[in-house]
Ligand binder design. Structure first.
Ligand code: NDP
Length: 494
């Protein structure tokens, strides 16, 4: 045993004192180092997705999609690429219970030979907001009230009822799938629209889907409560133990593809994060199989310090005009610089397996090996790395003057949530309506009324079902719940 300076330690049981009763000697560096280090054991937790679990695995390509992308990870059938997947809940802090109704984060890092490709998604194909200007406001409604220090159902429903674009994701969150049995029983979605670029430098728009081979399994609120009463780490336990005993979870990796011409003609904005691309119009295309097969050796080093960012793309995979994606390209890397430090990508779990050549210098905790001493600026004639125009992307056409455009104007926020409601069976519809009614307890009537109108607009039966559930929960005290007997007409058909 040694100090962190590498000096041998003779006694790790007794502090150095003046006589057996004390006091302590300031020179007992060994003690001081221990206490000082303990004070620094915690790093800032993630503002969102603080509670997580992760494991390593591989992506195996089973189908040729090289007509769409030149990315090396897809270059041939049978190719395997190592990856790390971190699952999470969104709103709870690091000590939160796993079995809570919440969106599950699905953050993937593929260690490709062309650098890291991070796909930082969720277990839902859409999101609550479509304009990043609303993201911090939305997250504040999911976190603790500044005065009571408690979560606030009023804040959540107030924000959602004033933001109709949230209805699609609210419907998923409140549905059976809003409380997964474990991470293994969830699908993963890239959610945003990304782009593929092929060897001919042609661009395609793409969505990423990971379909669980374990099957979708969910819990009711009551089942979730029973799990939490006994085990706050139920998803961590499930993932860790299944991998430990060799029961490796797998997902089918699929994509949807849209040409640039199709995007121009698409009746909705294909870069809107609150919308899916209907499978009937944009069928799923097989790509490969994702498998998780190795637990991390040290949770803090490999999962807490893992850092995923949509800015990590590789040749053949790129961004889209999706405003939420554009904001995340900045904010994720920025969050890691704050949380982990300037050199967060040099940490072993985040380090690419391919060569890294850039001209950033110095900064706290720079522990990378020194590069060639003379080529420390660019351009140089000292043999340093330089840019390569072969990696340039085809130009992307943008239209329209710079302005703040009303993202709600003319946007249909109701058809897709209605489609989701209509594909649910009776039991799922009942669960959805009951979960919503339960989540609305204690919320002012005015806010409930405003939200009911959104359900009505998605599907009259949706609004009626939530009213029924609210009435049932209110018991005899039906006067507490105003019941709008005539749903408002659908704006699309009115
Ligand atoms: P499809 O019938 O082809 O697809 C329905 C999709 O809904 C399937 O992917 C299914 O996932 C998923 N699903 C079923 N129940 C739920 C639920 N409670 N929460 C979330 N997803 C669920 O229809 P469309 O493609 O035309 O889409 C209809 C609606 O389905 C959409 O408006 C959207 O709400 C939802 N959806 C669509 C997706 C898409 O990419 N097109 C993706 C996910 C949901 P699974 O196959 O795993 O059962």
């Amino acid at each position: 045993m040694t100090t962190t300076g590498g000096n041998p330690i003779a006694d790790n049981q007794n502090s150095k004192t003046s006589g057996p009763r004390g006091p302590l000697a300031l020179e007992d560096y060994q003690l001081i180092e221990k206490l000082a280090h303990q004070n620094r054991e915690r790093i800032p937790e993630r503002t969102v997705h603080a509670k997580g679990s992760g494991a390593y695995g591989k992506l195996t390509i089973t189908n040729d999609i090289t007509q769409y992308t030149k990315a090396a990870i897809f270059s041939q059938v049978g190719k395997e690429t190592e990856c790390l997947l971190r699952f999470s809940t969104v709103a709870g802090e690091r000590g939160a219970a796993d079995a809570e109704r919440d969106v599950r984060g699905w953050a993937l890092k593929f260690y490709t030979e062309e650098g890291n490709w991070d796909m930082v998604g969720n277990n839902t194909p859409v999101f609550f907001v479509r304009d990043p200007l609303k993201f911090p406001d939305f997250i504040h409604t999911q976190k603790r009230h500044p005065k009571t220090n408690m979560r606030s159902a009023t804040a959540m429903w107030d924000f959602w009822s004033l933001s109709p674009e949230s209805l699609h994701q609210v419907t998923i969150l409140m549905s059976d799938r809003g409380l997964p049995k474990s991470y293994r029983h969830t699908n993963g979605y890239g959610s945003h629209t990304y782009s593929f670029i092929n060897a001919k430098n042609e661009r395609f728009w793409v969505k990423f889907h990971f379909k669980t081979r374990q099957g979708i399994e969910t819990m009711t609120n009551q089942e979730g409560e029973q799990v939490i009463a006994k085990d706050r780490e139920s998803s961590q336990k499930d993932l860790f133990e299944n991998i430990e005993k060799g029961n490796f979870p797998q997902w089918d990796f699929k994509i949807q593809v849209m040409t640039e011409d199709q995007a121009e003609a698409c009746p909705f904005n294909p870069f809107d994060l609150t919308k899916v691309w209907p499978h009937g119009d944009y069928p799923l295309i097989d790509v490969g199989v994702l498998e998780l097969n190795r637990n991390p050796e040290n949770y803090f080093q490999e999962i807490e310090q893992s850092a995923f960012s949509p800015s990590n793309i590789v040749p053949g995979i790129s961004f889209s005009p999706d405003k939420m994606l554009q904001a995340r390209i900045f904010s994720y890397a920025d969050a890691h610089r704050y949380r982990l430090g300037t050199w967060y990508e040099a940490l072993p779990v985040n380090q690419p397996k391919s060569a890294v050549n850039h001209y950033h210098l110095d900064g706290a905790m720079n522990f990378l090996e020194p590069k060639s001493s003379d080529a420390y600026y660019e351009p140089n004639s000292m043999g340093g790395a330089s840019d390569d125009e072969r990696f340039a992307e085809p130009p992307l056409k943008h239209t329209g003057p710079l302005d703040r455009y009303d993202h709600r104007e003319g946007n249909d926020d109701y058809t897709q949530p209605g489609n989701l409601f209509r594909l649910m069976n009776d039991d799922q519809k009942q669960q959805l309506c009951d979960n919503i009614a339960e989540a609305m307890q204690g919320v002012p009537q005015e806010i409930i009324e405003r939200q009911l109108v959104h359900f009505d607009r998605a599907d009259a039966a949706y609004g009626a079902g939530v009213r029924e559930s609210l009435k049932r929960l209110a018991g005899d005290d039906v006067n507490n719940i105003s019941v709008q007997e005539e749903p408002l007409p659908d704006p699309a058909t009115a």
